[in-house]
Design a protein around this ligand. Structure first.
Ligand code: THU
Length: 115
């Protein structure tokens, strides 16, 4: 979260993912002047894990937090990316009434997979 590049939204986000191997990877949001190019903290963490270990990673859990302590769950794009590498992942985030956890399929019913 401290490393976030968020000059446009000023909303700094950090994420950590736990793999079934026990390894942990971190990520932050990286914004761009072309706003749509922004990468969320969750996807940064996941892409970092793939870059380091390759595509066989299995995500066991994802945590996300922000510097304002406000409710913030992964966006739709991140849910789909989490599902790709963690169809049984638990996601920890700040909900409307405090810390929350949910299975990825609760957050993303009918996630898309190519077999
Ligand atoms: N953001 C994340 O990094 N993760 C989330 O779960 C929600 C939103 C970022 C994207 C953008 O840089 C900023 O927060 C405001 O939307």
């Amino acid at each position: 979260m401290r490393n976030a590049h968020a000059p446009y939204s000023k909303f700094r986000v950090g994420s950590a993912i736990l793999l079934t191997s026990g390894e942990i990877f971190k990520g932050c949001n990286v914004e761009n002047a072309s706003y749509g190019m922004t990468n969320c903290a969750e996807r940064t963490a996941i892409f970092s894990a793939v870059a380091q270990l390759g595509p066989k990673i299995e995500i066991r859990a994802v945590a996300v937090m922000n510097d304002r302590g406000v409710a913030c769950s992964p966006c739709g794009a991140c849910r789909q990316v989490i599902y790709e590498f963690g169809p049984d992942a638990t996601v920890f985030f700040e909900g409307a009434n405090g810390p929350k956890q949910a299975h990825i399929t609760e957050l993303l019913p009918e996630g898309f997979r190519l077999q």
